[in-house]
Design a protein around this ligand. Structure first.
Ligand SMILES: [Zn+2]
Ligand SMILES: [Zn+2]
Length: 351
């Protein structure tokens, strides 16, 4: 059965020193924790291979100095010979900037870059994708009832990414059930991101942001990005549950997940409770902004946007299932810039 070496954590339980994992077949994986933005930590993984090792996620240029230190620490502690410029392949779990922002560094060193085909466009047409997505986020925020000046501020934050990534075409586009080599199996799990993948290495599963040990990943409405949304995410949790049993899960953030199936149950229960809460709150007609404020309280900076997207994904799912209706349909039928009021079905039926 897979075993993991001891590692140090910070006061939020996040790994800050490398850890060595041995799968049931003796294959080695090394967890390399790095700060990818100030205060934001990611776990990158080096997977032993005959061709010089495979890196799962690449972080951002911000984390380069720490990455070098973690590699040196791993090589001296575990006797590995990790050489970041001599990798067989870099596999990106999904197209979020903290996971792929450093891709160019590896491409420049001649390392091929692989990503799921549904996320390849984000790297290849980065600026177009960002401008299109921010336009759709803008429409979402207006319909959510967010004030105009707050919307303008949030869109500016959203477009900040444009300044830190140079477009590149991935070398390999992965599909749903591809294998990287004989022992590395891929699982496509859309929801948090359209091209989100997990990677199975013997009895260990690298879950990236799909399954994390403490938090649940932010889910955005499908109306902004196809293949995201709560329906896809919950279905992908079931897909992971049925895929296989694993002795250990390794997430893209936070500590390893010792019991993958139990953590899936907790995530499903979390979203089920949140859906019930949204439905109950909509006893009186509410906008997504009002729901977000009630559920998540006062947020700052990017947190405001994440809270709105999360509330929006739950409202979208309930509306799709017919558990919420639109209370002001006559007003919003021809006006896509007006806030939409949602009301639960029970209450609406009695009016
Ligand atoms: Zn992510
Ligand atoms: Zn992430």
């Amino acid at each position: 059965m897979a075993a993991i070496s001891p590692f140090e954590t910070d006061n939020r339980g996040r790994p800050v020193s490398p850890a060595e994992v041995r799968t049931d077949r003796g294959r080695r994986i090394v967890l390399l924790p790095v700060m990818t933005f100030p205060g934001h930590r990611n776990n990158l993984y080096w997977i032993e291979s005959e061709g010089g090792g495979i890196l799962f996620d690449v972080g951002t240029p911000y984390g380069n100095a720490e990455l070098e230190r973690q590699v040196a620490a791993a090589n001296s502690s575990f006797g590995t010979a990790i050489d970041l410029d001599r990798l067989q392949l870099a596999v990106l779990s999904h197209a979020h900037i903290d996971h792929f922002g450093n891709a160019q560094r590896f491409r420049d060193a001649g390392v091929p870059i692989a990503i799921h085909e549904l996320d390849a466009r984000v790297l290849e047409c980065f600026v177009e994708r960002l401008m299109l997505a921010s336009r759709d986020v803008g429409i979402f925020l207006r319909q959510a009832g967010v004030r105009e000046e707050v919307t303008a501020r949030l869109l500016k934050v959203y477009r900040f990414e444009k300044t830190i990534f140079r477009e590149l075409a991935p070398d390999i586009r992965l599909r749903g059930e591809d294998r990287i080599d004989e022992t590395l199996r891929l699982l496509h799990v859309p929801g948090h991101c359209p091209g989100m993948i997990c990677l199975a290495v013997d009895d260990v599963i690298l879950t990236a942001d799909h399954l994390l040990s403490r938090i649940t990943p932010t889910i955005s409405p499908q109306s902004i990005t196809p293949f995201s949304g709560l329906e896809h995410y919950l279905r992908s949790l079931e897909r992971l549950r049925r895929f296989d049993t694993f002795a250990l899960g390794l997430g893209g953030h936070e500590a390893p997940v010792p019991d993958v199936h139990r953590r899936i149950d907790e995530c499903v229960a979390h979203h089920t409770a949140r859906l019930q809460r949204v439905e109950a709150l909509c006893e009186t007609p509410r906008t997504i902004a009002e729901l977000s404020q009630t559920m998540f309280g006062e947020q700052k900076g990017y947190g405001i946007l994440l809270a709105l997207l999360e509330a929006g994904a739950h409202v979208e799912y309930l509306h799709q299932l017919g558990r919420l209706t639109i209370a002001n349909i006559d007003d919003v039928a021809d006006r896509f810039d007006l806030p939409v009021l949602y009301q639960n079905k029970l209450e609406a039926a009695t009016i």
